[in-house]
Write a protein that binds this ligand. Structure first.
Ligand SMILES: Cc1cc2nc3c(=O)[nH]c(=O)nc-3n(C[C@H](O)[C@H](O)[C@H](O)COP(=O)(O)OP(=O)(O)OC[C@H]3O[C@@H](n4cnc5c(N)ncnc54)[C@H](O)[C@@H]3O)c2cc1C
Length: 505
């Protein structure tokens, strides 16, 4: 059995960013992910904001890594072709007491290294954001934060790590972890019915010199399996509305409210895909409970209207929720214990901090390498680029040239988002091919429009079945066990109805 230098457990944005950074070095790295794709945990269900960094407490890891991570993301998103837009943000206040909160955030921002911030009057703020409520009397403006496609960010990092030699094994839930004579023995479980990647050898036991725990909500259980109890996870769910692109320009920056004790509060923001996102609330849940509720969504609706009263919620196309892996530590838990490293408690601003978390954990790994006199050197070549065809963003000549090369680009499958069959096929030709409809959605944008896949879903299911060489009844919406069809029309016999028509039986 091959002994890896390092095993990363979990491939959300933290695991992906750690693997991306480690893949710059001459190391044998394996990433073990429980689900059938990258970014199916908190990383796919958040606000998608690259925060500037005025919110975390000065001196905390969150503050330091948020500012550094957001700064790094600008360049990395450009190199790896990840949708990213610098739009800035405003935090609005409705009273003089709340103005004091803005002043505190301003000072925190300065201490944390945020530049480009100023406090505006309500009138000044409304000149920049005309749909802000008349009740807004002060606003903290900052121009450095951005919006990003969170799942594409994680995917791009993971793909780049794989291109640079890291081995990603999906459908590997780590169920056993123990250290024996300086080597970690890692036992994983493949869920029954899991759709594996074509080259998957189905091995479930691994050995590694160093283990990095980036298992999100499960990080506490893995930690407790090998070390004395250290932190308690207190999962906090946030629910959202995603509105149609008609509402996408209601605001041009992310609008926060002066924060309360329960986090950054409800925001209203454009998304990098052109929609309007509204949320999240914050509620205690047990485990990864991503349900939505009328009560939670009503509270989000009410709070958002306080900042931007004209939001037209009848344009809602999707509700979803994500669960923050908050712990009782009030900071990220990034610690090394010998050859074991925790990247735990990565709640917000974990997305913004991811690249800096990758760097930080790599420094912890370097300390271990130095202590154990293990070779740890940068690779001579590191492939740090990624390019995708985004058909709708091409000009007429580029579209024509592409269609000449491959007519599949002339076939628009997702009409809401103008995504072609060529782009869907491209997704299967990447280092981490999709195995579900949502996997294709994360890679191409299919089903993200107004009809939410109602029209294109059946066609995409057929393409997926053909590419994976599986019957359509095995096509998954998302995770293992999410089959969507019970049978195909072609499998069913037809018979004449008493009225002389035909029906399927
Ligand atoms: C509602 C909400 C809003 C947010 N908004 C923002 C924002 O705007 N900006 C920002 O910076 N941050 C935001 N965040 C925080 C950000 O989303 C998270 O910090 C980040 O996604 C955490 O990434 P992760 O990789 O640590 O965890 P996850 O994405 O949850 O990934 C953990 C992975 O580990 C895998 N795993 C678990 N157990 C095992 C096991 N035993 N074996 C193998 N694999 C395992 C899981 O399947 C999962 O893929 C928000 C979070 C939420 C929930």
């Amino acid at each position: 059995m091959e002994t890896f230098d390092v095993a990363v457990i979990g491939c959300g944005v933290s695991g992906a960013a750690i693997a991306y950074e480690l893949s710059k070095y001459d190391l044998r790295t394996v990433i073990l992910e429980k689900e059938n794709d990258v970014a199916t945990g908190a990383t796919k269900a958040n606000s998608g904001i690259m925060h500037a960094g005025f919110d975390p407490k000065p001196g905390s890891l969150m503050a330091r890594l948020n500012v550094r991570g957001s700064a790094l993301a600008r360049e990395v998103c450009r190199k790896l072709d990840v949708p990213y837009k610098e739009c800035g943000a405003m935090v609005v206040a409705f009273s003089e007491e709340e103005k004091e909160i803005l002043e505190r955030l301003y000072r925190q921002g300065e201490e944390n290294g945020v530049k480009n911030q100023e406090i505006l009057t309500g009138e000044e703020a409304r000149k920049m954001e005309p749909n802000l409520s008349e009740e807004v009397i002060w606003a903290l403006l900052e121009n450095d934060s951005a919006i990003v496609s969170p799942w594409e960010f994680a995917l791009a990092l993971a793909e780049t790590a794989v291109k640079n030699g890291a081995k990603l094994l999906l459908n590997r839930e780590v169920v056993g972890l123990k250290e024996e004579t300086g080597t970690w023995q890692i036992e994983t479980k493949i869920a029954e019915g899991a759709l594996l990647q074509k080259d998957d050898t189905k091995e479930t036991s691994f050995t590694a010199k160093v283990v990095i725990n980036a298992a999100g909500l499960n990080a506490e259980f893995l930690h407790d399996a090998v070390l004395p109890h250290r932190f308690k996870t207190r999962p906090k769910r946030g629910q959202y509305y995603l509105l149609d692109k008609i509402e996408g320009t209601r605001v041009s920056r992310t609008i926060f409210q002066a924060p309360t004790g329960r986090g950054k509060g409800v925001l209203v923001s454009p998304t990098v895909h052109g929609n309007l996102i509204v949320g999240p609330n914050s509620e205690d849940v047990i485990g990864n409970d991503t349900a939505t509720s009328w009560d939670g969504l009503d509270k989000v609706n009410e709070a958002a209207k306080k900042s931007v009263p004209s939001i037209d919620f009848s344009q809602n196309i999707r509700n979803f929720s994500g669960v923050r892996a908050r712990t009782d530590e009030d900071d990220f838990v990034l610690e090394r214990h010998g050859s074991y490293i925790d990247a735990a408690g990565i709640c917000s601003p974990g997305l913004s901090s991811a690249l800096a978390i990758g760097e930080y954990v790599t420094e912890l790994f370097a300390q271990w390498a130095e202590e154990t006199k293990t070779a740890f050197a940068k690779k001579e070549t590191f492939i740090d680029e990624r390019k995708k065809v985004r058909f709708k963003e091409l000009n007429a000549e580029e579209k024509e040239a592409l269609i000449q090369k491959d007519p599949a680009y002339a076939h628009v499958v997702c009409r809401c988002e103008t995504i072609t069959e060529g782009e869907i096929r491209d997704a299967f030709d990447t280092p981490i091919p999709p195995v579900s409809l949502d996997g294709i959605k994360r890679r191409t944008g299919t089903g993200m429009g107004r009809c939410q896949g109602g029209f294109c879903g059946p066609q995409i299911a057929q393409i997926l079945a053909k590419e994976l060489d599986i019957p359509e009844t095995k096509v998954l919406q998302e995770l293992t066990g999410s089959e969507i069809l019970t049978g195909g029309m072609a499998d069913r016999a037809q018979q004449e109805t008493p009225e002389g028509g035909r029906e399927y039986v």
